[in-house]
Ligand binder design. Structure first.
Ligand code: HEC
Length: 189
């Protein structure tokens, strides 16, 4: 092949490359990503925290935790409560720290430990610890008792709260069963 032939081949290869490059540049401009108007994933609890315009109480806006208990994991809950051990012990008979010992807390009275100095708001609250009360406390302690001594930001992720509640259920000689225990109380995985 003579050099003219060779140049023709080189030129056509270059032209092909050029066309491919311009093509991709043009298409980048033609196809513009559109922004979603609404978030596709709405996370419970977070929404409530950001949109309290009309000031509904947390009790009204927080979604019930019971449906999430079915897929809660005791093991994950046990890992999450590491955040609490700075102030709480979870073992039977263990000492109080900044916060009271939490053995046998589900089904116990609010402010259950006779030898712990609770805030007056906590002492006067009344009632017993069930899943939904625990959900409110764990989401935002100050929504449960406004002047609580529990200075903890709370767990914003509802599944984390469900996991912790499932774990708290196990801390008893006579555990209060989870609402779904008949079908699926065995810790998954
Ligand atoms: C910075 C310390 C601190 C952290 C962290 C903390 N707590 Fe508390 N907690 C307290 C105190 C103090 C009280 C008592 C509240 C009062 O008297 O107002 C309390 C009270 C409680 C009670 C009520 C006990 C009763 O006898 O009624 C529960 C349940 C509880 N905490 C669970 C948790 C869990 C679960 C976590 C982790 C996700 C956690 N707390 C993290 C300090 C803490």
């Amino acid at each position: 092949m003579d050099s003219f032939e060779f140049n023709k081949i080189t030129a056509s290869v270059l032209v092909a490359l050029l066309v491919a490059m311009t093509g991709s540049l043009v298409s980048d401009h033609l196809v513009r990503p559109t922004k979603l108007e609404k978030p596709v994933l709405i996370i419970e609890g977070v929404e409530a925290a950001t949109s309290t315009g009309g000031k509904p109480t947390e009790e009204e806006t927080l979604k019930p935790i019971t449906p999430l208990l079915a897929s809660a994991s005791v093991e994950r809950g046990q890992a999450i409560v590491k955040k609490c051990t700075q102030c709480h012990t979870f073992e039977k008979g263990a000492a109080h720290r900044t916060g009271p010992n939490l053995w046998d807390i589900i089904g116990a009275k609010v402010a259950h430990a006779a030898d712990f100095a609770y805030s007056s708001g906590f002492k006067d609250k009344g009632g017993t610890w069930d899943d939904e009360k625990m959900n409110i406390l764990l989401h935002k302690p100050r929504a449960f008792v406004s002047a609580t001594k529990m200075s903890f930001v709370g767990l914003k992720d509802p599944q984390e709260r469900a996991d912790v509640i499932a774990y708290l259920h196990t801390l008893s000689d006579t555990p209060v069963p989870l609402p779904t225990s008949a079908s699926s109380s065995t810790p998954s995985k």
